[in-house]
Design a protein around this ligand. Structure first.
Ligand code: SF4
Length: 335
């Protein structure tokens, strides 16, 4: 039992060692984007409206905490439509799906809701437009990512070709170099993509494409914000999941700025205290699919180890909002 301040003991109690100071610089903006908020709300509203279970094809957004929270409310996550039974609603994730998926849902007479981010759908429409114009479409993106699978699945096989880096851009063979267009994944590194596009433009001077790229506002803003905190930081924590493309890019952006201790952390329990040993200034950000509650959890854990001061630099203001599918809106219920 600890001695009370009024208890006379032979030995004076040794004082707690003072906590080492740590300055946390919180990136702004960070965390949830409008597409992720919309996707999560679609699942929540569907659960309210139709009752559990509601099926979701693929993780609605790439974050275990979000997925588990929705599972607790009655969502069931599956990878393929074939795992969805009849007579239950199914939701497609924010990353988008190949055209074959809604087509199969229609064939099976399944009721589906599409939570594809409108900014991903915009890229799908660009791909279709280029195809209609007779162009070969080059998609700049990462092989195997669900968004890339979904975007490639908007066109017939062989109509689109994937380029992942400058080397592939330098070597890609296109039958008619005057009939080619490019589109991009929405969550790429802005800096890497500029170089890939430059390589494509060198090789195909008449290539069509968006003015800059299709990288979304949220990805761009979060990369700018992590640059601001990584400059001068001894380490950077990116709160996010290993399968989250935009979170991985934030780690890379921080590392490219010379911050070798840039790390992806999913939960406070994953913090590597040894790595933080010599850190005096720590940047913290979160990928577009990571909820703020996880940032708060990590700060709370740091508070137990350090005497923390928090800096909140200014950043880009975001006021993007995407409408829900009409069938889930309150107005639809009222009518
Ligand atoms: S990261 Fe961008 S494209 Fe992806 S869901 Fe968010 S807003 Fe949409």
């Amino acid at each position: 039992m600890p001695a009370s301040p009024h208890t006379a003991t032979g030995n004076a109690e040794s004082p707690q060692p003072a906590l080492r100071p740590l300055t946390i610089v919180l990136a702004n903006p960070r965390g949830f984007c409008a597409g992720v908020e919309r996707a999560i709300e679609i699942v929540e509203r569907a659960l309210e409206k139709y009752g559990a279970p509601v099926y979701v094809r693929h993780e609605i957004v790439h974050n275990r905490f979000v997925v588990e929270s929705l599972e607790a409310k009655g969502a069931i996550f599956v990878e393929e439509l074939s795992e969805v039974p009849e007579n239950v609603p199914v939701i497609f994730s924010a990353h988008g799906v190949p055209k074959s998926v809604p087509a199969e849902a229609v064939r099976r007479d399944l009721f589906y809701l599409d939570a594809t981010c409108p900014l991903v759908s915009k890229v799908h429409r660009e791909a279709e437009r280029h195809y209609r114009l007779g162009n070969k479409v080059i998609l700049i993106g990462h092989d195997g990512h669900p968004e890339v699978i979904g975007t490639m699945g908007q066109l017939p096989e062989d109509a689109m070709v994937l380029v992942q880096n400058v080397e592939e851009a330098e070597n890609i063979a296109i039958e008619d170099p005057d009939r080619v267009a490019f589109i991009t994944q929405t969550t790429l590194s802005v800096d890497d993509t500029v170089e890939i596009i430059a390589a494509l433009k060198r090789r195909f001077p008449n290539i069509m494409g968006p003015k800059k790229e299709d990288i979304c506002y949220a990805t761009t803003n979060r990369q700018e914000a992590v640059k601001a905190v990584a400059a001068g930081a001894d380490a950077v924590i990116v709160v996010g999941a290993p399968n989250s493309s935009n979170s991985q890019r934030l780690v890379e952006v921080a590392r490219n700025l010379g911050c070798s201790k840039a790390m992806l952390v999913q939960r406070a329990a994953d913090l590597d205290w040894a790595v933080l040993e010599d850190v005096r200034r720590l940047g913290i950000t979160a990928g577009a699919s990571a909820p703020e509650i996880l940032v708060e959890e990590i700060i709370a854990a740091l508070q137990n180890h350090f005497d923390i001061t928090i800096e909140r630099p200014d950043g880009a203001t975001e006021n993007v909002f995407f409408k829900l599918p009409k069938i889930l809106t309150r107005e639809a219920e009222a009518s």
